[in-house]
Each structure stands twice: as C-alpha cells, then as structure tokens.
Design a binder for this molecule. Structure first.
Ligand SMILES: [Ca+2]
Ligand SMILES: [Ca+2]
Ligand SMILES: [Ca+2]
Length: 458
C-alpha cells in the first residue's frame, strides 16, 4: 500500500483532513497512557450441580445402590472438589479436602477408588444432634415443632472425626465414609467421570439410639480448579454462597448459581506488542495467514520480543512507534499478566494515527486478544480520545495451531511440555474466535483504557 493511500485512509477513518499531504511531525504529539488490566474474576475452571441419580429421571438423594455421576474434562495440575449432604445430619457433608483432590499424580490421571480422599465435614451453621434422631436433623426437621435448628456453637467448616462431639455434650460414632459411599474416578484422555455410589445398608450401617436408620446423600455441587479452595476453607466460616443449603437441606441450587459467574478460564495475558500507526493492518489481517513476523510466538507461547524486534526494523512514518510491554505494574521483571494485574505504557501519537496491540490468551493454543486489524482511533479530529477501548477489542485465533479446550488441551500454553508444540490448525487464516468455541466476552478478561498524561483531559 502506498503511504499516501495509507495516510488518506487513516484520515478517512478518523475524519481528519488537515493531515493529508502535511508532515505529521509538524504537530505536537499527544501522550497516551495505555493501561491493559487482566480483570478475569474466575475462581474455578468449571463447576456444576449433580442432582439426578444414574438411571433416574428426576432429582433426588441416593439410597443404597444408587449413584451420582459427573463427567468433566481436566488436565495436569487441576483438582476436583464436590460436596453432598450426609442426609441424616443437621449440617454435615462429604467432600475432599478444601483445595480438592488431585486429578493427576506426576502427570498420570488418578483413577479407581478414591474414597479415602473423601471426608465428612461440618459446615458450622447448625447445632449437631444425633443423626436421624435429633429434632433438627435432615429426617426430622420437617416435623420439628420448634423451627430450624440453633446455630452451631462452632461456626467454622471443619472435618469430623469419630467420636464426633454433639452440641448437647454427647458424642456419636458415625459410620466411616467408606461404609457409606464408594467414590471412583475413571479417565480417558482428558475426560473424567466421578461416581459417588451409596454402599450403605439401611439396616446395618447407621446405628442410632432409635435403631438403624437409612443413609442418604444429597444432590451436590462439583468444581474443577487450578488453585484455591473453591467451596470452603478448612477452619473458616461458611462463605454464605449456599454450601449451607447443601449441608442442611441437600439443595445445591444456590451454591451452583453463586459460583457459576466465578467459573471460567482465569488465563494470564502475555507480554505483547503495541504499535502506533497509519498503516491499515499493521499486525495481522482477518482472513489472511499470519505474516511470519513473530505474532505466532505471542499467540502460541506469549513471547513478544520477536515481533517487537521485527516491527522495529519496519518502523517508519506509517508505523511510528513499536513497543513491547512485558512487566506488570509494581513488578520488577517481565512476566505474564495474572488476574488483578495490569501492564501500563505511555505512547505518543499525532492526529491521524491509530493504536494496535496484541496479547496472548495465555491458556490457549494460539488465541490472542487485540484491537481490530485497523487499530483503534486515538483522535477525533485534533482531539485525543481518552477512555475505555475494551469494547473494541476482540479475541482472535491466529490459525497457526489447532485449538483445544483452554487450559485443558495438551498443547495449550499451560499444558504443553515446551513452547511451539501442537498440531497445525486446520484453518490457517487469522479469524475471530467464535462464541461457539468460547462463550465469554473480551471484557470478562480485559479492561483497556487510554488515559491522559500530565493532567490533559478530553
Ligand atoms: Ca454443625
Ligand atoms: Ca487455532
Ligand atoms: Ca502449543
């Protein structure tokens, strides 16, 4: 493209006229502070409720011989959590340790009987009475004449070990978890299936002062995490998101709904390249193949230097500024941008110039967030445009590597064993990632603003 055409087009887009045929350097440049913040709110990679026993058509608890099953995909470094009410109790539930149970051990999927990784917990919201006997326990609370049970004197989520202290000063010898359920994992590739089967007997397992009582486990919630405690933290108060309603009533609806908006891909964003330009499409063009200048290193591995170095050689009037951003605010060394962190850089531009940048969707194979191919407008006439530009950003697939499930696919950023590994994409064109492939918005991940420097205002 000729420079004249590029300049004229730039002005056409921004609505200027004075710059056509004039020398841009004659205008005093305006400085913009570009802030790229990772705002992803996600606490767990996936979550959901399980409520219909295998072979049944309606939600319900599992009795002897019944099972809940949950299918999900996961990869190395990820953990599984779930919670299901011990139906005979006031507020007890079964769950793995707070951070969940490891789904991989040294890179090998954990399969088989994992019952020994599941424990009985007290959510700490209601007094503890003899199971199936106390007036506020699951089986009796509907007929209790004095309302819901009183608060638990110990208001923390905690593991229960026999003999379990009851709130009246007595204690209770509960069946072991293994006497009540068998919990297993099966695996094929990245696909897992969790099975929670009730192995109790209605006549011999739960022995109380009123004789044997049935053992039931309720519908529940599961989560797959890469870090943190998704459902509760050992020794802390229940978070008030709905685990109480599982533990007291066997109802997973509230907790499932509360954590759904916090469920997703908490990807980092990579170091990237930012340019100020008049050129029409300085970094990529939709529908065309990657140009081989280094964008692939960003989109696949989060390495920005190659593209930065290459573009600096091409720097000129139509590409007036090339910058690599790689160090989060407050950090000393370059790194990816985790949720809650921001890159900031200051660039100068003159009317007629536009801004483009790219940063890797770190948990993908070859996806990157970026401006439209023609960049975003920096000026309205001579007036600099400050404010958020998040709404103009898109998520793109570079077309260099076959796309897999973010964070789970074996050749995605966090899972690949070394950079630049993964099969070639079947579609080699740069294109937007469709909502079918990834349903979240760019604004779920990034907030990008152009701010004035030295107190200048729009
Ligand atoms: Ca309790
Ligand atoms: Ca791809
Ligand atoms: Ca890869």
């Amino acid at each position: 493209m000729s420079r004249l055409f590029a300049t004229a087009l730039g002005c056409l887009v921004v609505g200027c006229t004075a710059e056509v045929g004039t020398t841009p350097t004659a205008v005093t440049p305006t400085q913009f502070k570009v802030r790229i913040e990772n705002v992803a709110p996600y606490k767990q990679l996936k979550s959901g409720i399980f409520n219909v026993p295998v072979g049944k058509s309606a939600p319900g608890a599992i009795g002897p011989g019944d099972a809940f099953e949950v299918a999900f995909t996961a990869a190395r470094g990820q953990r599984l959590s779930f919670a299901s009410m011990f139906g005979a109790s006031n507020d007890w539930f079964i769950a793995p340790e707070a951070k969940g149970l490891a789904l991989f051990d040294n890179g090998v999927a954990v399969t088989g009987d994992i019952t020994d990784k599941v424990f009985l917990w007290d959510v700490g919201t209601e007094v503890d009475e003899e199971p199936a006997v106390g007036p506020h326990t699951g089986p009796k609370q509907a007929s209790s004449t004095d309302g819901p049970g009183a608060n638990d004197p110990n208001a923390t989520v905690r593991r229960l070990v026999n003999p379990i202290p009851l709130s009246n000063g007595g204690s209770f010898m509960a069946p072991t978890v293994a006497q009540m359920v068998k919990v297993t994992l099966t695996n094929r590739g990245s696909e897992f299936r969790l099975r929670i089967e009730n192995v109790a007997s209605d006549t011999t397992t739960l022995l109380t002062s009123e004789g044997p009582k049935p053992v039931r486990f309720s519908p529940g919630v599961f989560a797959v995490t890469t870090a943190g405690d998704p459902l509760f933290t050992d020794g802390q108060k229940d978070r008030g998101l709905g685990l109480e309603f599982i533990a007291e009533m066997g109802n997973p609806t509230d907790l499932g709904a509360a954590i759904r908006p916090l469920t997703g891909v908490a990807t980092g964003n990579s170091p990237g390249v930012l340019v100020v330009h008049r050129e029409r499409a300085p970094l990529f063009a939709l529908g065309e193949q990657d140009r081989g200048l280094g964008l692939e290193r960003i989109a696949e591995d989060g390495q920005a230097q190659a593209l930065g170095d290459m573009l600096k050689k091409l720097q000129g009037e139509s590409l007036s500024k090339v910058a690599v951003f790689d160090t989060p605010v407050g950090k000393e060394n370059p790194s990816a941008l985790p949720p809650g962190a921001a890159y900031e850089l200051t660039v100068s531009a003159v009317p007629g110039e536009r801004l483009s940048f790219v940063t890797m969707f770190g948990w993908s194979n070859d996806w990157f967030f970026g401006t439209p191919e023609s960049g975003v407008q920096l000026f309205d006439g001579d007036q600099p445009l400050y404010g958020p530009i998040t709404g103009e950003l898109k998520l793109y697939d570079l077309g260099s590597e076959l796309s897999e499930e973010p964070g789970v696919g074996p050749n995605t950023g966090p899972q690949q064993l070394e950079p630049n590994t993964g099969p070639l994409d079947t579609d080699r064109r740069v294109r937007e990632v469709s909502a079918d492939q990834y349903a979240h918005f760019v604004s779920d991940h990034l907030q990008v603003t152009l701010e004035p420097v030295d107190g200048a205002r729009r």
